[in-house]
Design a protein around this ligand. Sequence first.
Ligand code: DON
Length: 304
Amino acid sequence: MLDYQAILEEIHESLKKVENTGEVASYIPELANVPKDKFGIHLHLITGENYSVGDASEKLSIQSISKVLSLAKAFQLVGNDLLERVDVEPSGHPFNQLSLLELEDGIPRNPLINSGAIVIADILLSHLKNPKEDFLNFVRELAHDETISYSEKVAESERLTGFNNYAAANLLKAYGNLHNDVEDVLEFYFHQCSIMMDCRQLTNAFFVFANRGKCLKHIQHLTASQVKRINAIMLTCGFYDEAGEFAFEVGLPGKSGVGGGIVALLPHCFTIATWAPALNPKGNSYLGMQALEQFTTKTKLSIF
Ligand code: DON
């Protein structure tokens, strides 16, 4: 039996010593206020054991990690129909890149880049009665945690500087791939990205993807086939133009956010979340990537 607590502590200790050359995201001004030296890891085994180190119980802005949860909700609501409006190919480009969208007639490459997540947000807006409230309840249900909420401050901060997302949404609208108003869709999108969760809550919410669609409380939220597809999209698209590198170094499906969080999972085995706010040049957590590489190397637990 592996000593998971000792492994997490070893990783945390060794990376605390590394010079962190990453930068905290500043294009959303509110995120720039987060101290660069925060660093936490939480591991949740499918058998129920939990292991934690560092700042794993401090809340972070989940940002793009929310795109996996919105994709899950959209799959639940409309099934494979969503594939008519968004593709499932890696983009090989940064999360906010716009030119592919024009080249490909308003069909985003995948649901985890910004334009794809904006289409998913549009689908949720069309199908949920009270979109913000219903989506938050879905996340709370998955994580079994009523305390999870939006940060109005972060959502507003992103709205005020979200020119790139306005451009993406307007382009989608021009191509007929946005059914609701640009403002309404982005209001929802900025809120989903502003959700605050700690590493433990993230591993709880993502348990459903490691457990064939059943959450912590054994409720079936997604089919096994939907979970297979969501995990495949995380593996191939979860880290944008660094998805190959993450698969190569870590070997797990996962998703990053510009708040410095990463969640990854090994189906039928565990979910793991890291938080270290300073990002590498590709927009993924500098220490989080290394922590997960060390974890799968030390434990020999990866999908490969
Ligand atoms: O739309 C944005 O730019 C942010 N709300 C989310 C971007 C993000 O987290 C990219 N992930 N690494």
